[in-house]
Each structure stands twice: as structure tokens, then as C-alpha cells.
Design a protein around this ligand. Sequence first.
Ligand SMILES: [Zn+2]
Length: 269
Amino acid sequence: MKSILENRPALTTEVYKAAEVAGYLWQKGWAERNGGNITVNITEFIDDEIRQMEPISEVISIGAVLPHLKGCYFYCKGTNKRMRDLARWPMEHGSVIRILDDCASYVIIADQPVAPTSELPSHLMVHNDLIGKGSPYKASVHTHPIELIAMSHCKKFLEKDVITNLLWSMIPETKAFCPKGLGIIPYQLPSSLELAKGTLEQLQEYDVVMWEKHGVFAIDCDAMQAFDQIDVLNKSALIYIAAKNMGFEPDGMTKEQMKEMTVAFNLPK
Ligand SMILES: [Zn+2]
């Protein structure tokens, strides 16, 4: 069977960015078993031939009405699929879905009837919000970065912007490349509406949010950039932990040095 990616280099590039990220998540130990999910809004790469493609699934309810998603298309990791497999075979462990005109349901159109991640409703709520705001962000990534999750087991780090300032102060690049910091969402049941709502709320202020004792959720223009924001944060966490392992509390950059970064690189915070 012909793949939807055939003769569509721009679409292929976007899907393979998700696949490359999936490989990194596995290599870093952040994607055990079927852990994590990736969704990418690929609507800008959709042509008339794709719009005419017959569905290869039943109509599936999203469980919410998301008005900005009318006629949108998404590449989604499949439910119960492994990141390490998606890295090699993105169209066998993920699929392309079309949101129907009721804005409350979707069909799978390619390449195989792989059911999307169980976190699809929360991802789609986020994409709906991004489109509504006119945001250039097209990708969302959820994963389980070991050191960041470990830090979320300590109450003092969960107060607003405590962990953000600590991680920013470990190495200048973290403030430059994750300039809004890390939002915190107190523990909620995975896949719950409360978790989705909390995520949406925190994403108004941050590009990356921590789900306490679970993982992070990041948004950016593409899957690679969303991954990079998580990666720089976790790098800082590793530096902090390395210092603690050597038996001392790291000094961190001073407030003045952090302020200097904000001015020099025209950062939002
Ligand atoms: Zn998770």
C-alpha cells in the first residue's frame, strides 16, 4: 500500500522529526515500554488528494468539542506503541487523523488503522487552544525525563518558579533555550480531565510543564524544538544532581548574572 508520505517531502520531514525525537526519548531512558506521546499538527502540509482520502477507521469521538480544529490533520503516536519502534517505523506506530466538521470526532486516514494515544483528548485540547491564539506552535511532546521527575518528588521544588530559577541558574543556555521556565501541575490521575485542564492552564505561561511524579509536557513549533526545551531543562537537573553527588549544594548563577542573560538575549523573564 502507498504511504501518505510518498512524494510529500515536507510532510515526510515533519513526521520524521517526530520519529527522530522518539529515538532520542528512548535512548535517554525517558520512554520505557509505551511511555510518552507525540502529536503534530500537520494541516499546513495537507493537499487536496489527502482531503479526498477515504477514512480507514470508524468515526471516533474525541469527548470534547474543539471548534478551532475543524478540518485539521494530526500525526499521532499510536496507543500502546513504543517510542523505540516509532523511531524506525513512524507510520506503523503512529497514524494521521482528520478532525471532522463537528469538531468533536475524528477518523484515521493513513497509513494503517493505528489508534492514537490515549492522551489524544488532552493533546487536542492543547492544539485547539494554540490555534485559537494564533500560536505558531504545532507539536506537543509528553515524556518521562528521569531527573526532572525525581526533583518533582520534593515539595520545595513544586512551589511556583522555584525549580525554574534553580534549573536556569545551573547553566546559562537553559534560560536562553527554555526562556519561559517549567510550570508545575500537582499530581493528577494520568489521562484525567483535571490533568488536561491543569496542563492547558499552565501552558498559558510556560512552554514546558511538569506533571508531579509523572513527567513533562512540552509544546513548540515542531517536535524537535519541544524536545530541545525538555532536554536543556533535564541537563540542568543533571548538573544540579552531579553537584549534590559531589557533596555540595551548587552555588548557581547569581540573580545579577541571570538578569544579565535576560537583557543580553532579550528573554521574556
Ligand atoms: Zn506519561
